[in-house]
Design a protein. Structure first.
Length: 285
């Protein structure tokens, strides 16, 4: 697991802040102390990490992702002003850049064993490059990405195919036979997934000859423990928002806009923060 530092230098913060749209500047201005000063209490560190992740997203040209992460930071903002020790902690040196993989997965150990198991998947497309993302409530996460190629076997249904590939990426990381509810925001994907579960394994998106989908269809036909449910996109659902952010990271990583270390670090920090917020209402109930 990665422990992303919330700290930014004043120059680094100023460079990103000045390029933000006015609405994001206002929101970030309220949170700047959490990235400019080393605040040691857990709540403040979480706000700082999320604010830094949001600024990274904005700097990478993803204002929608930045706004979603800022919303989470604002939700967990300490209600009352408080004092705590202030210290300066040296950051760990970065390792050498890793080779860019087509997909990347990880797991955050603190959430292992969480039940009932719920997962969310999503896809992202922009400028001829697609990304997939997933996370589970027991701490598993992953992203993938690929550019459009000539005579792409996905055919004209590339967005739908990418939504389905996100489910395939998820199932490759979860032990077979594990009961799980999977949340998807694409009605078209949900329809096909449910048809495959009923044994209609020959059903494919129109014009698609992607070789990875028939095996996925056959897997679902023999997986009665899986349940698929619809969630409205961009409705504020925490797991869906996190999956959307991971798909965006996967797309930008595939396009070369994010290095593997930064993409991996950002994903782990984002997933841990979203799962904390997801679990809090249940822990207090």
């Amino acid at each position: 697991m990665f422990a992303l530092s919330p700290r930014m230098s004043p120059a680094e913060f100023r460079a990103v802040y000045q390029a933000l749209p006015a609405d994001l500047q206002t929101r970030v201005g309220r949170l700047q102390r959490y990235v400019l000063v080393s605040l040691e209490c857990e709540g403040c560190v979480r706000v700082g990490v999320l604010t830094r992740l949001a600024l990274r997203s904005a700097a990478a040209g993803a204002p929608g992702e930045a706004a979603a992460v800022l919303s989470l930071a604002e939700r967990i903002l300490p209600v009352e002003e408080h004092t705590h020790p202030v210290s300066v902690t040296a950051q760990k040196p970065r390792t050498a850049p890793k080779k860019r993989p087509a997909q990347l997965t990880g797991r955050i150990g603190r959430w292992a064993g969480t039940r009932p198991l719920v997962a969310a998947t999503d896809a992202s497309w922009k400028d001829g490059c697609g990304g997939t993302g997933f996370l589970t409530t027991d701490g598993r996460w992953g992203f993938g990405g690929r550019p459009t190629v000539p005579q792409d076997p996905a055919g004209p249904s590339k967005i739908l195919v990418t939504e389905l590939r996100a489910v395939g990426l998820l199932l490759a990381e979860v032990p077979p036979g594990t009961p799980m509810t999977v949340l998807v925001d694409s009605r078209g994907a949900l329809d096909l997934l449910r048809r495959w579960r009923r044994g209609e394994t020959r059903a494919l998106p129109g014009g698609c000859s992607a070789p990875d989908l028939p095996p996925l269809a056959r897997l679902l036909a023999r997986s009665p423990e899986l349940r698929f449910e619809h969630v409205k996109a961009h409705s504020g659902h925490l797991l869906n928002e996190a999956a959307d952010a991971l798909a965006s990271i996967g797309r930008r990583h595939a396009a070369g806009a994010l290095g593997v270390h930064e993409a991996e670090e950002r994903s782990a920090g984002l997933v841990d923060s979203f799962l904390r917020s997801w679990s809090e209402p249940r822990l207090s109930a």
